[in-house]
Design a protein around this ligand. Structure first.
Ligand code: NAD
Ligand code: IPM
Ligand code: MN
Length: 342
């Protein structure tokens, strides 16, 4: 039996409320299959407000030594927006070179979709994770004056795009073999054109995979009018962020949406987290849905090659939703019901 080391970063708000349940599911699902050793990291708003640290180097170094990371959410109304999001979450994604942000959307039987006729929904968004408008290039001058200038530079490299494009084609080969590139190449003619050319070129190596293209604005329409058309959606960092909240909503809410920030070359640990945030509007009430976090632990297990354990979790969640539907249950109840099935 192999032992795996997991960094646990509950973070802020509901992150703290759901992560213990993801950990419990992981533990239960791997009984007799693998051994897990957890290292908890006190990172997020409380730590920042207490001693000013966001992601100290020594913590980062220790995180690098782990086999994978389980994260809840970061962001707190008491902290200026961006301090923790950039300084903690994005710093981890960038430093650990987690260039594939994998975000599956599946409509489980029993979930109430806000769509009248959702049909069958089962697609994965492959979002680039280390580039685009997220890099933090740009700046502000003359702040607070009428002449203030603020720029955010979108950085897109052929290297960065090609590696995530290749990942998407490999993934499509294991699925329904169709990729939709989503961008805004009618306006973002530099980056959009580069992405399209690279997709065309890599596509030549995968004759079985078909690929088409949609502008981001149109893609937001089809997510609600015809989500069944999508198999693999391939897109950049910001478009992928926005599209996956919408994708979460159509499959019943972000409380069901898991994600993986993957370092596909296995050079650094990958990080698994729900796509949603710290939800300050419901934090402390014990009503956050832990399903997204639990499904994130299944993605973690699959990434480590523990498919059997990942299947166990996914089957338990599927059965739980089939029986309970979108019924009102608190965090503890949902978790207990899923754990009982494990
Ligand atoms: P959010 O995802 O936290 O919340 C959006 C809405 O979804 C809220 O109404 C919330 O109550 C609901 N919701 C989210 N998760 C839920 C769950 N598990 N169960 C039930 N309802 C759930 O987004 P926001 O309000 O825009 O952001 C809040 C904070 O979280 C901000 O500080 C933001 O920067 C941060 N954030 C962090 C992450 C992350 O850590 N990956 C992701 C998104 C937002
Ligand atoms: C997400 C979040 C993050 C993102 C923020 C908090 C940096 O919205 O994980 O979707 O934009 O990627
Ligand atoms: Mn987001």
């Amino acid at each position: 039996q192999r032992t795996y080391r997991i960094a646990v970063i509950p973070g802020d708000g509901i992150g703290k409320e759901i992560v213990p349940h993801a950990q419990a599911a992981l533990e239960k699902a791997t009984e007799g299959l693998a051994e897990f050793v957890y290292e908890d990291f006190d990172l997020g708003a409380e730590r920042y407000l207490r001693d000013g640290s966001i992601l100290p180097d020594e913590d980062l170094e220790r995180i690098k030594q782990q086999d994978a990371i389980l994260l809840g959410a970061v962001g707190d109304p008491r902290v200026k927006p961006g301090v923790l999001e950039r300084g903690l979450l994005l710093k981890l994604r960038f430093t650990l070179d987690q260039y594939v942000n994998l975000r599956p959307s599946k409509l489980y039987k029993g979930v109430t979709s806000p769509l009248a006729n959702p049909g069958s929904i089962d697609f994965v968004v492959v979002r680039e994770g280390t580039e685009g408008l997220y890099v933090g290039a740009g700046g502000a001058i003359r702040r607070g004056t009428p002449q203030e200038v603020a720029t955010e530079v979108s950085l897109n490299t052929a290297f960065g795009a090609e590696r995530v494009i290749r990942y998407a084609f490999e993934l499509a080969m294991k699925r329904r073999k169709h990729i939709t590139l989503v961008h805004k190449k009618n306006v973002l003619t530099n980056a959009g054109d580069m992405w399209q050319r690279l997709v065309d070129a890599v596509g030549e190596e995968y004759p079985e995979v078909t690929h088409d293209y949609q502008h981001i604005d149109a893609a937001t329409i089809f997510i609600v009018t015809d989500p069944g058309r999508f198999d693999v959606i391939l897109t950049d960092n910001l478009f992928g962020d926005i599209l996956t909240d919408e994708a979460g909503a159509v499959v019943g809410g972000v409380g069901y949406s898991a994600s993986g920030n993957i370092n596909a070359s296995h050079e650094y640990p990958s990080m698994f987290e729900p796509i949603h945030g710290s939800a300050p509007d419901i934090a402390g009430q014990g009503i956050a849905n832990p399903t997204a976090a639990i499904l994130s632990s299944a993605m973690l297990l699959r990434h480590l090659g523990l498919d059997e354990a990942a299947d166990r979790i996914e089957r338990a969640v599927e059965a739980d939703i089939a029986e309970q539907g979108s019924s009102r249950r608190n965090t503890e109840q949902v978790s207990a019901d899923i754990l009982a099935r494990l």
